[in-house]
Design a protein around this ligand. Structure first.
Ligand code: ZN
Length: 455
């Protein structure tokens, strides 16, 4: 038994060469030229194709109770879709309500994924309240291998925490050597702007953007960085969407603050005009932070290329057309989020690599390696080397197609990228040596995904 991938062009964050990869059991055990398969071995011919390390999405919401409803995917539908798109590991969020206990929430989220997920996964632990009892539970969760927190500066009264709680959380994170990821928007200003807009009769989805302008995100980003500077904690700004917020993160980096930045595939390719589409069509594109003016896209691409932004994620949060209707009379009630888990890698390849905005090494770095390094999964995940998990993506760049909800695997009735052309697809995807995807379709075993304890 074993799996041999022959003649592929192997690309990692720092290498690019042609060789064969021999996977024995769950790990990569040989990388050489002209390896001969032993009897009974499975052989994949990767001539003319790339072999990338399995991609990592550091920001997804699979099980998510939010705004009075639940996101549509299960760990089965989401991980099948992720794998078809080349993502072999995802980092989801455990998000307890303010009155709920972190340990109970951690058990609940694990129960939703265990024996069901088809790719590997781990979690960020959201801190939605802080006191001494919560702190002792958080310590236990960190001991169980969850080495990152999440805080919301937005959604006050629901998931958001106040400054005292933020300060205490960052101090605890520092003492445990845990990185804290953060949603950075000024919650109070958003509430005021929402109330003003609704009072003026401006209730359509196009007003969502107006209630969360770039300065609200920039202020949130600066606020997080200031608190990180005061406590010496490591922080990670999730879903950064605009130049104004990026400038604040860069200013903090220059002061020596340990801050990493993530952006999302949708901010690189979609803009605010999508959320302004008539007949409530815009609701499909309501997310927070909102889609921005197109001028931000060149800034984000450049920052991804030069390393100012470390990672590219999705914030996958699928709510269908019917759920979006909850906000028919008031944009504040539209469930926030779009489906994007399946499309991230091929969109980044098509519009990043094929159009010359990113080189192949940086493509692998932002979509896999950096997330593995920042979140304690490297070198088990995020690269191709001896001893690493045999999570491999054989990518055929010659294949051409079009994105459509008719053919995607996510459990959702629309695609945010409907009609976009794509170059390439995953002709094979393995998870720890098991072939899970062939020619863009799931062909593997359900439920083999493992919870990853991080160090
Ligand atoms: Zn999110």
């Amino acid at each position: 038994m074993g799996l041999l991938i022959k003649n592929g062009r192997i690309v990692t964050a720092d290498a690019d060469y042609t060789a064969d990869i021999w996977c024995e059991g769950e790990t990569i055990s040989k990388i050489e030229r002209n390896l001969q398969p032993p009897p009974g071995a499975e052989v994949i011919d990767a001539s003319g194709k790339f072999v990338f390390p399995g991609f990592i999405d550091p920001h997804t919401h699979i099980y998510l109770p939010f705004m009075g409803t639940f996101s549509k995917d299960t760990y089965e539908t989401a991980t099948v879709a992720a794998l078809c798109g080349g993502t072999t590991t995802l980092i989801d969020f455990v998000i307890p309500g303010r009155e709920e206990e972190p340990l109970k929430a951690f058990d609940l989220w694990r129960s939703k994924a265990e024996g069901i997920a088809c790719s590997d996964y781990t979690f960020h632990m959201a801190v939605t309240r802080f006191d001494s009892q919560i702190a002792s539970q958080l310590k236990e969760i960190v001991k169980a291998g969850v080495k990152s927190f999440k805080v919301f500066l937005a959604y006050k009264g629901a998931l958001g925490i106040d400054d005292k709680e933020l300060y205490e959380t960052l101090k605890l994170a520092r003492s445990l050597d845990v990185i804290t990821t953060a949603h950075c928007e000024n919650a109070d200003v958003i509430s005021e702007l929402q109330a003003e807009l609704v009072a003026a009769g401006r209730t359509g989805p196009e007003n969502h953007y107006v209630s969360r302008p770039p300065l609200v995100e920039a202020e949130g980003t600066r606020h997080l960085c200031t608190m990180a500077e005061l406590t010496g904690a490591k922080v990670y700004v999730v879903h950064l969407s605009c130049e104004e917020a990026l400038r604040e993160a860069v200013a903090a980096k220059l002061r020596g603050t340990d801050v990493q930045v993530e952006t999302l595939i949708q901010y690189l390719l979609l803009d605010m005009s999508y959320a302004e589409r008539p007949n409530f069509e815009g609701a499909k594109y309501v997310m927070s932070p909102p889609l921005r003016n197109k001028s931000n896209q060149a800034v984000l691409w450049a920052a991804l290329k030069n390393g100012v932004i470390s990672t590219l994620a999705t914030d996958h949060a699928p709510f269908d057309t019917k759920q979006k209707l909850m906000g028919k009379d008031n944009f504040c009630l539209i469930p926030n989020g779009i489906p994007s888990l399946e499309e991230r890698v091929k969109m980044l390849y098509t519009y990043g690599v094929a159009e010359g905005r990113l080189d192949l090494n940086r493509f692998v770095d932002v979509a896999s390696t950096q997330a593995a390094k920042i979140f304690g999964l490297f070198p088990k995940k995020g690269t191709i080397q001896l001893g690493s998990d045999a999570d491999l993506v054989v990518y055929d760049p010659k294949w051409h197609g079009t994105v459509s909800a008719k053919t995607h695997h996510m459990n959702l009735d629309y695609s945010a990228f409907e009609g976009f052309a794509v170059k390439g697809r995953c002709s094979a995807v393995t998870v720890r040596g098991k072939l899970q995807v062939k020619d863009g379709e799931f062909c593997g075993a359900k439920g083999i995904g493992q919870f990853l304890k991080r160090s």
